[in-house]
Ligand binder design. Structure first.
Ligand code: ADP
Ligand code: ASP
Ligand code: MG
Length: 440
């Protein structure tokens, strides 16, 4: 089997959906399992509508845009409105509930967001069938995607893969499965985190022992950096699982950070391909990658992070202090991206978030805390850095030359990345300067 995931940009309009279906048709011999995201921009609109509904009014315009986008795509494809009509009605009811409640909550937000993928799967399956490929849409939870109830960042339960494998064995048409969503054991809809359709594809790929997991997007693979920052960025032909994980983790949006894990566990190659240029070879991510002459393979940047510095001369070395410190992050379910320690302080970074004030308050009860906002992590990645001295010196002399102030520095134990923190306003310049240094 071959898992083919198409992101929002690949299913942005009727024309794009037709294109997706012709790509799937070209792979029929490999028994494709299709995973789709919501139509481009729809998840943002759903969140926007729910937030407006919680304020009491004003959601109607955004809601109408959601309705119009789907109906226009259906009409242009010559498909029946009935494919999404029941879902749109259900969504309207949810909005009315939120208006009455005058608030949303994480559970309702996940349910609202799920409508995007549920509608796009039905449209894509409809179009595939119309093109003569027997196909059916499935909500991921119908085929076994059961998660924990960690709304907004849910994780599949241990027996999910087995359930998905069992379900897919019985399906004799091309399944088009919703990315991004699942259900918890109590039957409530959950989401796997923004950009999570990649993760769905990887989980499904691991479940069925797929030959490959294809992530179809709007660029020619994983590139030396985000082409929106550096238009001359080049496609990287091969990457190791480790390199791809580091890049995704530190902001290369082209892959959701959790995508690689299920692929690593089953050693399934992940290919990142461009649905606008299906003939392009894109990037192949495998266990070993490939050593190239390039020591640095890519540069990633993650914006809007916060540095939390904890200092306490007496307590830092004390037994149990660090575990108390991390217990606070655990309680708020916040993952720490970067960590740097000295004898008297620990600095760490987390995503900007609503509950940072509460975390700060809790941490203040155990140590002195300083919080710095509007920061970016810049990360330089490459397998060859392990065996090549002097990369750090080059990275930081470039920063010095551009008068970019560097705050925290960390090198992962795997020695395949160097990451550091700069002000948000300097993040893109740091990426541009480093790209020039390492890629000319
Ligand atoms: P999709 O809708 O297909 O999931 P995304 O917007 O999530 O697409 O991811 C693709 C985008 O990721 C690209 O358009 C690009 O701007 C961005 N991106 C960031 N870093 C990289 C990188 N290193 N290589 C390629 N694309 C990147
Ligand atoms: N539609 C979801 C989002 O926009 C999931 C995805 O696109 O992968 O985050
Ligand atoms: Mg994405």
């Amino acid at each position: 089997m071959l898992v083919m995931k198409f992101g929002g940009s690949s299913v942005g309009s009727a024309e794009r959906i037709r294109n997706v279906c012709s790509i799937v048709r070209s792979r029929l011999a490999e028994s494709p399992v299709v995973v789709v995201s919501a139509l481009q921009g729809i998840t943002d609109s759903l969140i926007d509508a729910a937030k407006k509904a919680a304020k009491g009014n004003g959601y109607e315009k955004v809601f109408q845009k959601i309705v119009d986008t789907h109906q226009a795509a259906l009409q242009e494809l010559g498909l029946s409105r009935e494919l999404v009509e029941p879902l749109l009605k259900e969504l309207q009811k949810k909005m009315e509930i939120i208006v009455k409640l005058r608030q949303t909550n994480v559970e309702l937000m996940d349910e609202v967001q799920s409508f995007g993928e549920r509608m796009s799967a039905r449209i894509v399956a409809g179009e595939l069938s119309r093109q003569g490929v027997p196909s059916k849409a499935f909500d991921a939870f119908e085929i076994g995607m059961v998660t924990n109830p960690n709304y907004g960042e849910a994780e599949p339960l241990p027996d999910t893969e087995e359930k998905i494998n069992e379900s897919l064995k019985k399906i004799k048409v091309v399944p088009v499965i919703t990315g991004f969503i699942g259900k918890d054991s109590a039957g409530h809809i959950t989401t796997l985190g923004r950009g999570g359709s990649d993760y769905t594809a990887a989980i499904i790929g691991a479940s069925v022992g797929a030959k490959a997991i294809e992530i179809w997007t709007d660029v020619n693979g994983v590139m030396t950096t985000d082409p929106k920052i550096v238009p001359e960025a080049k496609t990287i032909e091969t990457l190791s699982f480790e390199e791809a994980s580091e890049l995704a983790y530190f902001g290369a949006k082209v892959l959701h950070p959790k995508t690689i894990l299920p692929a690593v566990q089953k050693n399934i190659p992940v290919r990142v391909l461009n649905s606008f240029e299906p003939q392009d070879r894109g990037t192949t991510i495998t266990k070993r990658g490939e050593l190239t002459r390039k020591v640095v393979k890519a540069i990633a940047c993650k914006k809007h992070v916060i540095i939390i510095s904890v200092s306490s001369t007496r307590m830092l070395a004390a037994h149990g202090f660090l575990s108390r410190l991390f217990a606070v992050f655990e309680e708020y379910r916040k993952s720490v991206d970067m960590l740097a320690t000295s004898e008297v302080s620990v600095s760490l970074t987390v995503d900007d978030m609503d509950d940072v004030d509460n975390i700060e308050k809790d941490l203040k009860s155990i140590a002195e805390i300083e919080v710095k906002k509007n920061k970016s992590i810049v990360c330089v990645v490459g397998d060859g850095m392990k065996s090549t001295p002097g990369i750090g010196a080059r990275v930081f002399s470039v920063m010095g030359k551009h008068k970019i102030n560097v705050e925290m520095i960390s090198q992962g134990a795997s020695e395949i990345n160097i990451s550091f923190v700069v002000d948000d306003k300097d993040g893109e310049n740091a990426v541009k300067a480093l790209h020039k240094e390492f890629f000319g």
